[in-house]
Design a binder for this molecule. Structure first.
Ligand code: AMP
Length: 396
């Protein structure tokens, strides 16, 4: 089925028009500066990219611009929008209500709205994308695919926070986890690559600008590093990961920050950017470290150290590990970071093959032949997962 996959942000909207079976991408692009002025970048494989300034006061105009260019006789890829069988939307937070993807109807929209307090930055933007599609293409079925859904198999001991229980009962405070669509796609591939054994224990390392780990037993998540929101876990490009909450009170007292300013620091100015002072991009940090920048070296050491600790913790939680996989920008491309993370894990049967590790952006087995734990590089493909879910639900 030909599916339009939409990932709507507050002022941007990414789209990919693709075949759900096999994943061929016909066109993809980005609407930027929605609500400011508006710019469309449209890419069709084998053709030159198109960049156009188009007024986009709201997401409606952005979706309209996407549909217009898709059917444009020169720049487009389809004769009519009827060829779009269904639309799949990435939605950040589904709370505990959504354990899988669902067809978008009024009840689904209400449930996504109820999750706004849990995903205050993303869910309203995701809804704007959904509502724009409903308005512009009212007859086309739409599906919501939640970033949290794959993690809903976690047992209570993994998702409960050790704070008064009433906050869980009354206010839904618990670990949810994110990057679920990515972890689902890559962990399923890893299980295939293991030969689809009856019992499998996989640690999925999604290392990008935002990063998280998931412990996956027999295809089901038992723990993950992000929490109620995506700030938790280990240091990321600009996010702090887990920190002692006392730091908030201390810095807010010293500098008079309000909670918004404090969270902005933890979300946007922390992580490897905060430590290195160089960049949030691992390529820049690796280059600076190579030139002797001590803080860049420390940022990489901290990242490696914290990921390693999570791997150890998840191996313990699962009673062992059969495969560790690396995905997303850093995981797929940085042989150096993969090597750093695996070094020192030999005690648990993890043995990297330095030659095989010299791979970028493609699926590969990078463990030594005699490594007890298989190590994989598996490029993630969240859009394909969304397209597959959409097709599965709409084909019914
Ligand atoms: P993502 O969020 O998955 O798109 O990942 C983006 C991040 O991947 C960037 O911020 C870079 O830090 C990182 N990245 C991409 N290519 C490389 C590379 N060759 N070496 C190290 N890091 C990379």
């Amino acid at each position: 089925m030909k599916i339009l996959v939409i990932n709507a942000g507050s002022s941007s909207l990414k789209y990919q028009f693709m075949e759900s079976e096999g994943g061929e991408v016909f066109a993809k692009g980005l609407c930027e500066r929605i609500g400011i002025d508006g710019r469309l970048t449209h890419k069709v494989p084998g053709r030159e990219n198109v960049v156009m300034d188009i007024p986009m006061p709201t997401h409606n105009e952005a979706i309209q611009a996407v549909l217009d260019i898709m059917v444009d006789p020169e720049k487009g890829v389809i004769a009519s929008t009827d060829e779009i069988a269904a639309v799949g939307h990435r939605v950040l937070h589904g709370g505990a209500a959504f354990t899988e993807s669902c067809i978008i109807d009024d009840a689904c929209i209400d449930a996504i709205k109820k999750c706004i307090p849990l995903g205050p930055l993303h869910n309203p933007a995701n809804l704007m994308g959904i509502e724009a599609c409903q308005k512009i293409m009212p007859k086309t079925p739409q599906v919501a695919v939640f970033d949290t859904a794959f993690h809903m198999t976690m047992p209570p001991k993994a998702y409960i926070y050790a704070i008064p229980y009433e906050y869980y009962e009354k206010d839904d405070v618990r670990r949810y986890g994110f990057h679920g669509t990515s972890h689902r796609y890559v962990s399923a591939r890893a299980i295939d690559m293991l030969g689809s054994p009856e019992h499998s224990r996989v640690i999925s390392c999604h290392l990008g600008n935002g990063s998280s780990l998931a412990a996956v037993v027999d295809g089901k998540v038992v723990d993950t590093s992000m929490g109620l929101g995506p700030l938790a876990g280990f240091p990321m490009g600009t996010r702090s990961g887990d920190i002692d909450a006392t730091i908030l009170e201390y810095l807010m007292g010293r500098y008079g920050y309000d909670i918004k300013e404090m969270l902005n620091i933890l979300n946007k100015k922390s992580g490897v950017l905060g430590i290195s002072g160089v960049s949030s991009d691992f390529r820049d940090i690796e280059a600076a470290a190579d030139e002797g920048n001590e803080r860049a070296k420390l940022a990489l050491e901290k990242f490696e150290y914290e990921v390693k600790k999570f791997i150890g913790a998840y191996a313990s939680a699962m009673g062992g590990v059969d495969a560790i996989l690396f995905t997303a920008g850093v995981g797929e491309n940085s042989a150096e970071m993969r090597a750093r993370i695996c070094k020192g894990l030999e005690y648990m049967g993890v043995k990297l093959d330095e030659e095989k590790n010299k791979v970028r952006g493609k699926e590969a087995v990078i463990s030594a032949d005699d490594s007890k734990v298989k190590i994989f590089v598996i490029p993630t493909n969240e859009e394909l997962m969304i397209a597959m879910d959409t097709a599965a639900l709409c084909g019914k």
